[in-house]
Design a binder for this molecule. Structure first.
Ligand code: SF4
Length: 337
């Protein structure tokens, strides 16, 4: 066993309470250490992830998040997985941008269905000033007044936009890194990895929390998966929220022919993210519908502590609310923000 694995394993095994988590929280992970964690025998990986998660989340609470696409399709970016890109024949443009009141109606419905976090998406390269941005701010205020956490994903943003979002009470800004720096330009060419990192830094400076993760199943290697996790885990502080997605191969996108992700690969990513970023919310995101019930429960066991719930997950469908409730009850976890 490589010494890096031994180090990570022993660090995880001594964790028995939240105070000890600080001792194993690091921001200097090497890629080989992470790859060793990711590739170790699954039972060992799950065991370590459980140790960390039990200390970080006593009682096992799972947060329910609901996601609404406010502006769908017609995006200038060329993300190879995305049906909303103008560059892909799948572009789902045509739906008008939602206005403030219908969005808040959906937020109220999400709250009634038990959601704690309401995430709103705009298919933009960057936030547009003027009326669309003023509407976004009103939506954020409205969602916060409902007592829900509010998250926005809308591409790159300026310092002043970040500050205004913070003033409006925005809880989190989502901006995913998607994959490793090395694999990145096979997936996106219209925006650089560095620009993504700068957006994350801008969000952090404004005081808004970060939601940042990636997607597996896009033709990347294990080293790429470790590379993505390395960039995330070496951010200081860690992102508060880390969505782990499995590719949903949509017809009309360059990745349409890629095979579905082996659910155990997703379990490995979740477990490794949990060990590397003990206090982050690790969110089971796109691709969940392709997983069986047992695989989803295994992801919870591996340390996922949030699922996207009800409604639709941007443009891909999501399991129905009742099925999700039943799943969480079967797993015996508590629902709570
Ligand atoms: S930036 Fe977002 S909406 Fe635009 S193509 Fe990429 S993933 Fe799709």
């Amino acid at each position: 066993m490589p010494c890096s694995t031994t180090r990570a394993a022993s660090a995880a095994l001594v964790v028995s309470n939240p105070a000890e988590l600080a001792l194993i929280t690091r921001h200097d992970w090497s890629r080989s250490e992470i790859q060793a964690l990711l590739e170790q025998p699954l039972m060992e990986l799950l065991w370590q992830a459980q140790q960390v998660h039990r200390a970080a989340n006593p009682g096992y609470h799972v947060q329910l998040a609901s996601l609404l696409s406010v502006k769908t399709g017609g995006c200038e970016e060329d993300c190879a997985y995305c049906p909303q890109s103008l560059h892909n024949s799948s572009d789902v443009a045509g739906r008008p941008e939602l206005e403030v009141e219908p969005v808040l109606e959906r937020a109220r419905a999400a709250k009634q269905a038990g959601a704690h976090r309401f995430c709103m998406g705009w298919a933009w390269r960057e936030i547009r000033d003027g009326a669309p941005f003023e509407a976004m701010l009103q939506m954020v205020r409205g969602v916060r007044e409902l007592g829900l956490e509010a998250c926005v994903t809308a591409g790159m943003l300026s310092d002043s936009q970040a500050e205004r979002l913070a003033e409006a009470g925005l809880t989190a800004y989502n901006h995913n890194l998607d994959t490793s720096p090395e694999h990145y330009d096979r997936i996106i060419t219209t925006r650089t990895y560095q620009e993504r990192l700068e957006t994350l830094a801008r969000v952090r400076r404004s005081g808004i929390t970060l939601c940042c993760g990636g997607i597996i199943g896009m033709g990347e290697t294990d080293a790429d998966r470790a590379g993505l996790l390395q960039v995330l885990a070496n951010l200081d502080p860690h992102p508060e929220s880390v969505p782990i997605n499995a590719l949903v191969a949509v017809e009309g996108t360059p990745l349409e022919d890629l095979p579905p992700v082996d659910p155990l690969e997703l379990v490995r990513m979740v477990a490794t993210a949990r060990i590397l970023m003990p206090q982050a919310r690790v969110r089971l995101s796109a691709g969940r519908e392709q997983l069986g019930r047992e695989s989803q429960i295994l992801c919870l066991l591996a340390g996922a502590d949030s699922i996207f719930y009800g409604d639709t997950l941007l443009t891909t469908s999501n399991p129905a609310v009742d099925a999700d409730r039943e799943l969480l009850a079967a797993a015996g976890v508590q629902v709570g923000g």
